[in-house]
Design a protein around this ligand. Sequence first.
Ligand SMILES: Nc1ncnc2c1ncn2[C@@H]1O[C@H](COP(=O)(O)OS(=O)(=O)O)[C@@H](OP(=O)(O)O)[C@H]1O
Length: 379
Amino acid sequence: MKWYIQNYNNKQKHDQHVDSLLSTIDEQAIISRLISGTNKNHHHESLINKKIRKNHYNYHNRKEKRFFTSLCIVTFILILLILILSNNFNVILHHHKFIWHNRRCNENNETEMIHKESQKVLPHCIIVGVRKCGTRALLEFLDIHPLITKVVNEIHFFDDEKRFNLGLEWYRQQMPVTNQSNIVIEKTPAYFVTESVPERIYAMNASIKIILIVRDPVTRLISDYAQLASNKAKKVRHVETFEEAVLYPNGKVNSSYKGIRISMYAVYFSRWIKLFSKNQIHVVDGDQFVYDPLAELKKIETFLGLPHLIRHEDFIYNVTKGFYCIRMDNNMEKCLNKNKGRRHPDINPVIIKRLRKFYEPYNKFFFSLVGRRFYWPNR
Ligand SMILES: Nc1ncnc2c1ncn2[C@@H]1O[C@H](COP(=O)(O)OS(=O)(=O)O)[C@@H](OP(=O)(O)O)[C@H]1O
């Protein structure tokens, strides 16, 4: 390479010299004299020879330049091939979030930017509940968005005294490493019903965005019961029937049963709106979300001020499960695990009717607080 550059420089200098010589004579005159056979001037003859040699020399020079360019292209292609074959490049290529980030910062040193911007930050948005209304599916589906980063586990920071006493720095440490332009979303459904939580979240960030997903309160209650019954059965503990759990022996609804209370959305929601403005809280229709997740996700993208990047092609409907799953890069589906979408026990329609009647006033109150109604059956 060194030899090549030196040679190349010498040729450049030589070229310039010949050019300056030629510029001192009238080339046209020499050539016409040569044709007419009158040119006996040796000096001119030698200049013409030089000109011919120069042309010959330029021809070779051009050839070498072409060879040099081809060499560069071949080297570049070889390097590219090595990178493609190495695992690292594959990871980068297929990691759409990385690619999205790269597209956004096409100035400066991109790698340096990613390094600088990657850190743990407190969440910008929290899915606070409601338990058994689709909080996990919602978080997983939102994470498809290249500008959203999910917190994988439920952190239970604001509802668990021990954890809360560990302080905000501990909470921040539980967050995933992400680049600063991403929106970090945590979900812990217990936050919605725990009295101390709204105030604690408000103290951390008064302008934080809150997402609440709700579904028909009776279906939610049955789902809640199915989960508790399944957990008890695994531990070989006595499992009370649904009727025993939700009704007193006299047939009245047992409003002290936790499952019954959690479905009284208005009771808890009123605590949240005392602190947070309504445009800070987005309420997702959990029943709609099962049938048409994209429509609900688009509303959330708007709520979070994000571009609409979650697409119809990101989902596959799994007939066996009866739910949408995420379509992966390799066209395989990623569904939620077995404990989501459990088979619900058959419930006596008389009990269902009683429960619907019980929830009717709570639902009405909830609709008035949210400023929108949900089409939950009331009989
Ligand atoms: N896509 C998809 N896949 C699976 N499950 C889905 C989905 N969308 C909504 N759901 C509903 O989510 C219900 C579980 O709610 P959560 O995730 O909030 O439960 S938990 O509180 O975190 O335990 C779960 O309740 P069950 O059907 O009673 O199991 C589902 O009805």
